[in-house]
Design a protein around this ligand. Structure first.
Ligand SMILES: NC(=O)c1ccc[n+]([C@@H]2O[C@H](COP(=O)([O-])OP(=O)(O)OC[C@H]3O[C@@H](n4cnc5c(N)ncnc54)[C@H](OP(=O)(O)O)[C@@H]3O)[C@@H](O)[C@H]2O)c1
Length: 290
């Protein structure tokens, strides 16, 4: 059997690093997609040491930049003809309203639109694998979320809960629409909530602001390894290769919010995401126009 190729976004930290280690331990070749070359290289060394596998590659892209994502997906397609598993793990929380290079509110921009563009650019190798998987790390926070049409970039009335919950609901609606478009093309799509996990989510990479909150909550939070277990399960288990449930918690099917199952909203978000990114997915489903 051919060695499977797997890609993890946000692989240098928290659950992304823990997921990389386990996927590599399973015998897969793993590409770590990180935005910062130095943090990525240090994490790759750690992943090699912890997994005992040398089959771990580092590639860089900023999911807050459509140009960067485009450069990365071109490079990936030039190097690899197929992709067996894509784990959309990277995520960001900002306390104040910030924008990406493309002017998107950062949480909807990175957590949803960046991954929307990434999947678009990786559709060819995902289809080429014949049978592949997309694992989307959402959050139970989606339950507090709405998609704030006509202003998903929250130019008015921004707050962190509104922005983060919207982006995590968008993860689930993206998964719902992708399943519709891809399941008859051999791509399995699942989303998950990892639980409350002690990582660097919401901690400023520049100032370290936010670390103290995790220190305080540490005894109540799971480790990154425990938090990554559902993503790893969906990437590697037999169930992850089947249609299964849309949403998982603790490696078991779970009920997302009613809004996350709203097919009209999923289609509307898809149209909006195409318009924002300028990327068109052709009909019939999953055939990609460039
Ligand atoms: N921790 C929790 O309790 C919890 C609960 C529910 C869901 N989640 C979800 O779990 C996922 C993983 O988060 P985590 O808790 O492991 O947090 P983390 O330790 O902060 O890891 C987040 C990762 O995303 C990367 N990232 C952020 N912005 C990026 C960008 N513009 N381009 C590329 N990569 C970017 C980070 O890279 P840098 O290090 O370079 O910034 C980092 O590798 C997220 O989707 C989060 O929403 C977490």
């Amino acid at each position: 059997m051919q060695q499977p190729l797997m890609l993890v976004t946000g692989a240098n930290s928290g659950m992304g690093l823990a997921t990389t280690v386990e996927l590599a331990r399973s015998g897969a070749k793993v590409v770590m997609l990180c935005r910062d070359a130095r943090r990525g290289a240090e994490a790759r060394e750690e992943a090699i040491r912890r997994s005992g596998s040398g089959d771990i590659m580092l590639m860089t892209a900023d999911l807050g930049s459509l140009d960067s994502i485009n450069r990365f997906t071109e490079d990936f397609r030039a190097r690899y003809s197929r992709l067996d598993v894509l784990v959309n793990n990277a995520g960001v929380v900002t306390v104040k309203r910030e924008t990406t290079e493309d002017g998107f509110e950062r949480m909807i921009g990175v957590n949803h639109l960046g991954h929307f563009a990434l999947v678009h650019g990786l559709m060819e190798p995902l289809l080429a694998a014949g049978s592949s998987r997309i694992v989307i790390v959402s959050s139970g926070a989606h339950k507090a979320g709405s998609i704030h049409f006509p202003d998903p970039h929250l130019t008015k009335g921004f707050n962190v809960v509104k922005g983060y919950a919207q982006s995590k609901l968008a993860n689930l609606l993206f998964a719902l629409e992708l399943r519709k478009r891809c399941s008859d093309r051999g791509i399995r799509v699942h989303a998950l909530h990892p639980g409350a996990v002690s990582t660097s989510l919401g901690v400023s990479r520049d100032t370290g602001f936010g670390k103290a909150v995790y220190k305080l909550l540490n005894p109540f939070f799971q480790t990154a390894e425990a938090g990554a277990s559902t993503a790893i399960y969906l990437a590697l288990s037999e169930e992850g290769g089947e249609e299964g449930s849309l949403y998982y918690i603790k490696s078991k099917p779970a009920e997302p919010s009613r809004k996350a199952l709203d097919e009209e909203m999923a289609a509307r978000l898809w149209q909006w995401s195409q318009q924002q990114t300028g990327l068109v997915w052709s009909e019939p489903p999953a055939a990609v126009l460039r």
